[in-house]
Design a protein around this ligand. Structure first.
Ligand SMILES: Cc1cc2nc3c(=O)[nH]c(=O)nc-3n(C[C@H](O)[C@H](O)[C@H](O)COP(=O)(O)OP(=O)(O)OC[C@H]3O[C@@H](n4cnc5c(N)ncnc54)[C@H](O)[C@@H]3O)c2cc1C
Length: 468
């Protein structure tokens, strides 16, 4: 047997021993069923998936600690799991091992209404939290399209449609409790609004994608539900006009809460899927938060910007029911596009550029799509300079696959060349690893050094973010 084969066989043997010991700890809360393993190792994209050897459904931080200690003892890989909605191959168990599913850790530990903060277990989803908060007059604004877990959202540094006003998980996670690869339980910060006490471990773990620790509790900032909320849709003749209107609104400091671009292909898909009747043109979906007077002023200012760019008609929705219908349609855009080509695989890419480069980046990307005959609706949280291209492909058609991948790689490198990033919110997983050197240069080596120092056995979600 070769050295590599021997090492592989040893690791397999260690995983089997780790699974047996975790099974003795959790009983029937450790699953080795094929269906459960497959579901926990594959995402919705064409990034390669891989099933873990077993899935551990944990109930509390101490149980996570015990599972991590067992994995550490046997040097078995472990992959933290929230709701499995990530899009870059994050949850694939590339080297097998144990998936730690925290979805049953779904208690809301405390809500401190006077301090506008709360603490939740990692498996609480964003919708669960907002349902719980409904009667307090507070809400948690970060809304990735899926009903993701707060732990997973912290681990991917997620954002969504509200980020332009309220920030991303980077700004809204105040502290974390995490089990580190050596089994230590660490609380990264207090509830103080600011602190200069040492290295910022919260920010280190936010965005670490399960490679540095298993997050078990999250302290979050909350916001008062605005007195007045106005939603609007505004079609334009071109995507470029949508981008120009967004840039102007941001540059004049309009405190817009949401500003989302949906191109005409996506609008067509939404009309069919969500039974809407929107003008089939590139459209901005907007929302304004504040007092009745301030939201009216914001909306009027935006409608003037839109009119200068020949946009409109600018249509408002103040009734909660109408607003919810509009935003549900926006959040369902991903599924709406899938329904257009059910037979093809699809893949949602994610880049982000400084707002002043947004129009240029989108225009060059659309030209590239057209020149290469690739269908790729564009949808974006454009107020942040963040947009997605949803690419469709029949991967058995090598020629098509090559064209699609060409467009995809040029898009990512274009964003980086504009001083942007290869991912504004979806994260690295395996899909974006190859672009990190272009984006971070020597910084990637610092990330490698950190990973090796914190997880010397490389047991936590190995093969993600940095290759060792
Ligand atoms: C239709 C759709 C729309 C989406 N829209 C957006 C969007 O607008 N914005 C956005 O940011 N994302 C979006 N996403 C992507 C996805 O919802 C986010 O990445 C989300 O944050 C993932 O959370 P999750 O609970 O599903 O994590 P998972 O997919 O379970 O895990 C993601 C990563 O985090 C790690 N992880 C999970 N839980 C923990 C934990 N407790 N401790 C440590 N590591 C952990 C995993 O190991 C993995 O690496 C969308 C996805 C879909 C399907």
């Amino acid at each position: 047997m070769s050295g590599v084969a021997k090492a592989h066989a040893n690791r397999r043997n260690s995983v089997v021993q780790a699974v047996a010991e975790v099974s003795a700890l959790l009983g029937d809360r450790l699953s080795t069923s094929d269906a459960v393993r497959e579901q926990h190792g594959n995402d919705l994209t064409w990034n390669p998936g891989a099933a873990p050897d077993a899935v551990a459904f944990v109930n509390n931080t101490e149980e996570v600690q015990k599972v991590v200690q067992i994995c550490s003892k046997y040097e078995s890989p472990l992959i933290p799991f929230g709701t499995g909605t990530s899009l870059e191959g994050h949850i694939a168990a590339l080297q097998g091992g144990i998936c730690i599913d925290v979805s049953q850790m779904n208690n809301i530990i405390e809500v401190n209404a006077e301090d506008l903060d709360c603490r939740v277990e990692a498996g609480v989803t964003r919708k669960m939290l907002n349902t719980h908060l409904r009667d307090t007059g507070l809400f948690f604004p970060i809304d990735p399209g899926a009903d993701a877990s707060i732990g997973g959202m912290a681990a991917t540094r997620a954002s969504g449609t509200n980020a332009v006003r309220y920030g991303t998980m980077r700004e809204n996670v105040m502290s974390l409790t995490a089990v580190m690869p050596n089994g230590a339980i660490v609380k990264t910060a207090s509830r103080a609004k600011k602190s200069s006490a040492g290295y910022d471990l919260t920010r280190l773990l936010v965005g670490s994608e399960g490679t540095l620790g298993v997050i078990t509790e999250v302290g979050l900032r909350l916001f008062g539900i605005p007195e007045s909320i106005t939603a609007a849709v505004c079609p334009f003749e071109t995507v470029d006009q949508c981008c120009q209107a967004t840039i102007m609104a941001i540059q004049i400091g309009l405190p817009i809460a949401r500003i989302e671009l949906i191109d005409e292909e996506n609008i067509k898909a939404i009309n069919v899927y969500s039974k809407m009747n929107l003008a089939e043109k590139p459209t901005l979906f907007l929302e304004f938060h504040g007092t009745p007077l301030s939201t009216k002023e914001q909306a009027e200012t935006f409608s003037e910007i839109a009119a200068d760019l020949n946009g409109g008609p600018f249509e408002w929705a103040t009734l909660e029911e109408d607003r919810n219908r509009l935003w549900k349609a926006r959040h369902d855009a991903f599924w709406a596009t899938k329904a257009m080509f059910p037979e093809k695989e699809r893949f949602s890419t994610d880049v982000c550029v400084p707002i002043s480069r947004l129009a240029e980046c989108v225009a060059e990307t659309r030209a590239d799509l057209e020149q290469n005959n690739v269908f790729g609706p564009i949808i974006g949280h454009v107020g942040d300079g963040n947009f997605h291209v949803i690419l469709f492909c029949d991967r058995s058609d090598q020629e098509e696959y090559k064209r699609v991948m060409g467009v995809y790689e040029r898009l990512v490198l274009r964003a980086i060349a504009m001083d942007g990033t290869c991912t504004g919110e979806h994260g690295v997983g395996t899909g974006k690893m190859k672009f990190l050197e272009a984006e971070h240069g020597e910084g990637l080596n610092v990330m490698r050094t950190l990973k090796k120092a914190i997880d010397p056995l490389n047991i936590m979600n190995p093969g993600k973010i940095v290759s060792l």
